[in-house]
Design a binder for this molecule. Structure first.
Ligand code: PLP
Length: 366
C-alpha cells in the first residue's frame, strides 16, 4: 500500500459532474471575466467568513499584496510578520517596498507569539500580518490589543486556514482585512490559481475592487495605478461547489488529526498542539517534529508513506533575502530543522490513517 501525501485527483473527482456543469455554464454565458460566477462566489464566501465584503483575485500572494498596497503601506514602512511563515507572506510586504520585520513564533503552536510583538514595534510600524499557519487560528485577542494600542492594521493571511474559528468568528473576519489562496492543495482549492480578500472595511473594498482591475472604477477611467488580478470566471463555479463541502471536509480533517493525536505514541515524535477549541484548527497540515528528520522521512518512505517538509529553509536564510542571512531566529530555525508533515486530507482512508500510526509508532532513530 502506497500512501500519498495528498491525493488531489481523488479530492476533485468527488465533484466531477458539478465541475463539468459549472464550466459549461460559464461557457454558455459568453462572459469570461468578472461575471456572474465570480460575483456569486464572492457573496457565498463573504457569508461563509461572516464579512460584509469579498473580492476574488488571481491568487493568495496578490490578495496580500493588494491589501498592503490599498492601506498605503510602502517604502519606509514596517510590517510585523512571523519568522517561520511561507515566503509569500513576506514577499507581499517586499513587493510594496515596505520592510518585513520578522517576529518569532511560539514553538508549540507554530503561530506568532503575541508576547514578542511589542518589542519589534517602531514608529514606522504600520501593520501586523498574522498567519494562521498549518490551519490553526492565531491567538487574536492579545494581538488585537497590541494593534489597538499602537494604531496598527491587522492583515490576516488565511491561505492555510479556510473555515478555522476563533471565539465565535471565522478567520477572514478577525482583523482589518484578510487574504485567502485557492491554490489546488489548500483546504478550499481551485483547479488552478485563485485568491480572495475578505473585509468589513467598505473603503478598502471599493479601492481593491478598482485596484484588481487596472485601478479602474469605471470602464476606461483609472483612479489608481492598478493591477490585473482577478479571480478566473471558470474557477468560480468550481469554488462555489467545493465551498459547500468545506465544513464537512474540515471536520473529516479534524477526525484524522484527532486519531493521529490519540494514537501516535512515540517519544521521538512531537505532536502538534491545539491552543483553543477544536474548531480553531482546520488541519491544512499535520505537522510533527522529529530530531533526525532525514532518517525519519527515509524510514516513512521505505514503508510506503509519503511525507513532506513545510518548510525546509527559513525565510531569513533564503538567497532572496540575502540581507538577513547573518541574522538568527533560533525558534524558527529549530522549527525548520525538525518539522515533518504526515498525510492528511478529507479523502484519506481509515486504513491509511491506521497504517501511518502503526509505522510512526515503530520508528526508532537508533
Ligand atoms: C499558499 C500560501 C500563500 C500564497 O498563495 P498563492 O495562491 O499560492 O499565491 C500565502 N501564504 C501562505 C501562508 C500560503 O500557504
Amino acid at each position: 500500500m502506497l500512501i500519498p501525501f495528498l491525493d488531489l485527483k481523488k479530492i476533485n473527482l468527488r465533484h466531477e459532474q458539478a465541475i463539468i456543469d459549472g464550466v459549461n455554464q460559464v461557457l454558455h454565458s459568453g462572459w469570461y471575466i468578472l461575471g456572474n460566477s465570480v460575483k456569486a462566489f464572492e457573496n457565498e464566501f463573504a457569508e461563509f467568513c461572516g464579512t460584509n465584503y469579498c473580492l476574488g483575485v488571481a491568487n493568495g500572494l496578490d490578495a496580500l499584496e493588494l491589501i498592503i498596497h490599498a492601506y498605503g503601506i510602502g517604502p519606509g514602512d514596517e510590517v510585523i510578520v512571523p519568522s517561520n511563515t511561507y515566503i509569500a507572506s513576506i514577499l507581499s510586504i517586499s513587493a510594496n517596498g515596505a520592510i518585513p520585520v520578522l517576529v518569532e513564533p511560539d514553538l508549540l503552536t507554530y503561530n506568532l507569539d503575541p508576547s514578542k510583538i511589542e518589542e519589534s514595534i517602531t514608529t514606522r510600524t504600520k501593520a501586523i500580518l498574522v498567519v494562521h499557519l498549518y490551519g490553526q487560528s492565531c491567538d487574536m485577542n492579545p494581538i488585537r490589543e497590541i494593534a489597538n494600542r499602537h494604531n496598527l492594521k491587522i492583515v490576516e493571511d488565511c491561505a492555510q486556514a479556510h473555515g478555522a474559528e476563533y471565539g465565535d468568528k471565522r478567520v477572514g473576519n478577525l482583523g482589518d482585512a484578510a487574504a485567502f489562496s485557492f491554490y489546488p492543495g489548500k483546504n478550499l482549492g481551485a483547479l488552478g490559481d485563485g485568491g480572495a480578500i475578505t473585509t468589513n472595511d467598505e473603503v478598502l473594498y471599493k479601492q481593491i475592487m478598482a485596484l484588481r482591475n487596472y485601478g479602474s472604477h469605471r470602464k476606461y477611467e483609472n483612479l489608481y495605478k492598478g493591477y490585473n488580478s482577478r479571480l478566473d470566471e471558470l474557477q468560480a463555479p468550481i469554488l462555489s461547489e467545493k465551498l459547500k463541502w468545506l465544513e464537512q471536509d474540515n471536520e473529516r480533517r479534524r477526525e484524522v488529526a484527532s486519531y493521529y493525536s490519540k494514537n501516535i505514541i512515540n517519544p521521538e515524535v512531537i505532536l502538534p498542539t491545539v491552543q483553543h477549541s477544536p474548531k480553531s484548527h482546520v488541519w491544512h497540515l499535520f505537522v510533527v517534529r522529529v530530531n533526525d528528520r532525514e532518517h525519519f522521512m527515509d524510514y516513512m518512505n521505505r514503508n510506503g508513506i509519503q511525507t513532506m517538509i513545510h518548510y525546509p529553509i527559513p525565510p531569513h536564510k533564503q538567497e532572496a533575502y540575502e540581507e538577513w542571512n547573518d541574522l538568527t531566529y533560533p525558534i524558527s530555525e529549530q522549527i525548520h530543522a525538525e518539522v515533518v508533515s504526515l498525510p492528511i486530507s478529507p479523502v484519506i482512508e481509515i486504513e491509511e490513517v491506521e497504517r501511518v500510526v502503526e509505522v510512526v509508532n515503530e520508528y526508532r532513530s537508533y
